[in-house]
Design a protein around this ligand. Structure first.
Ligand SMILES: [Zn+2]
Ligand SMILES: [Zn+2]
Length: 302
């Protein structure tokens, strides 16, 4: 099996280290053959989005995050939109420079925010990127109180996550689902509702033939004591037992935020987790391009 990784951030996201070239060199050094550069998607009109989010802000952490994002027009969550072309230019140059050593693909990790679906579609349609992955971090507004990885998730929150992920996958804009178990960080009992949400997400992905990602980000945070067992916050063992039953395709994602995140120990750890859960690990998947119908006239595509 080839070593691949389609989930690579850079400093441009505002919470990662390493520029495009440093990340690529680190991936080459550990023997990655196919590399997807995949920062948090820069969003146009992001300040407007943030202003619309103001009535939903709850708590000082959300407010501080929103103010910071507004001032910088992007970070600490995502690349500022004005850097998009510069980033893509550098990637195109690296594709040529390193073509004998590694295959580089251009992608973004994007939230299932309906207001941006047209924009995502355009990114794919104009071949600015090769693929998008769904990293559904937020409910409607990109602020901490709407974060699906927050500490206290309610039943309502996890069903919202489930509904939004299902809808987003159906757009065919997203080639795989990153950290599908993010919602379990703050939902500690794997009760009937958590099981239902898990099964629905796994079955929807299976039906659409969209892989799920085992994400190293949670593994790097180590094991946590929860209800008398030591588990990763994600990948969550209970989630992946169900994914194994459903028979989902599974891709390993370093979610690299630093060149040092590319290391064999982490690769082996992810692979062991997958094998322990009898998961079907793949090293290749189709780059989905979205439901183009409504754009066909505009672009005259046949
Ligand atoms: Zn993510
Ligand atoms: Zn990520």
């Amino acid at each position: 099996m080839k070593k691949v990784n389609y989930h690579t951030h850079t400093y441009r996201c505002g919470h990662a280290n390493g520029n495009e070239e440093e990340m690529i060199q680190a991936a080459i050094n550990m023997g990655i053959e196919d590399l997807g550069m995949c920062g948090h998607v820069p969003l146009p009109h992001y300040r407007k989005h943030l202003i619309y989010s103001i009535p939903s802000v709850r708590g000082i952490r959300s407010l501080a995050g929103l103010v910071k994002a507004f001032i910088k027009n992007g970070p600490s969550m995502r690349m500022p939109y004005k850097q998009l072309e510069d980033h893509l230019d550098i990637l195109r140059n690296c594709q040529k420079k390193y073509e004998d050593q590694i295959n580089i693909y251009k992608g973004f990790e994007a939230e299932g925010l309906e207001e941006y679906y047209d924009y995502y579609q355009t990114l794919l349609y104009e071949h600015k990127v090769d693929y998008l992955i769904l990293g559904h971090h937020f409910h409607k507004h990109c602020i901490h109180s709407h974060y699906y990885g927050k500490e206290k998730m309610t039943k309502k929150d996890i069903y919202l996550y489930c509904n939004e992920v299902e809808k987003a996958l159906e757009t065919q804009l997203f080639s795989y689902l990153a950290h599908p178990d993010l919602f379990l960080i703050g939902y500690s009992d794997f009760d009937l509702d958590a099981q239902t949400v898990t099964r629905r997400i796994c079955e929807k992905a299976k039906e659409l033939n969209i892989p799920l990602e085992i994400n190293a980000g949670g593994m790097r945070r180590g094991l946590r004591k929860r209800n008398h067992e030591d588990i990763y916050l994600y990948p969550n063992t209970h989630f992946w037992k169900i994914a194994s039953e459903v028979g989902n395709d599974v891709i390993l994602g370093f979610d690299a935020h630093d060149p040092s995140d590319f290391n064999d120990a982490m690769y082996q750890q992810m692979m062991k987790f997958a094998q322990d859960h009898e998961l079907n690990v793949i090293d290749h998947f189709e780059f989905l391009q979205g439901n183009f119908e409504k754009y066909q006239a505009e672009y005259d595509i046949r």
